[in-house]
Ligand binder design. Sequence first.
Ligand code: MN
Length: 136
Amino acid sequence: MADRSKADADAPGASDAGKVLIVEDNDLNMRLFCDVLEAFGIESLQTGSGPEAIKLARAHKPRLIIMDIQLADSSGIDITRALKADPELAPIPVLAVTAFAMKGDEKRIIEAGAEGYLSKPISVSSFMATVRRFLG
Ligand code: MN
């Protein structure tokens, strides 16, 4: 999936390092995450693919990765594990997003190395409160 982020040309000092990478295979959730972040002035990179997420993380060094745990092409838990196994990518915080039915998987998610998780359905206020906690 293409990088739909905006150009940084008019923002001196801004770089991809200030962006949040959203990994989500559901278009409606992707739009929600994207729109909410944008409303708070946070630029994002997007993909629905696990392997693509690793490539984007390596290329752009985002400041946070929002990771859907159930992707069409992979397990977000496996992708999180792969990110955390890479010394260059491991410091990037991963916020996992789980389906309500998978709430019991919180332990697996944390063991994979994710720094936090949210359960769907996502409320805008708790989503942004959590994102801001990670962005500091
Ligand atoms: Mn999904």
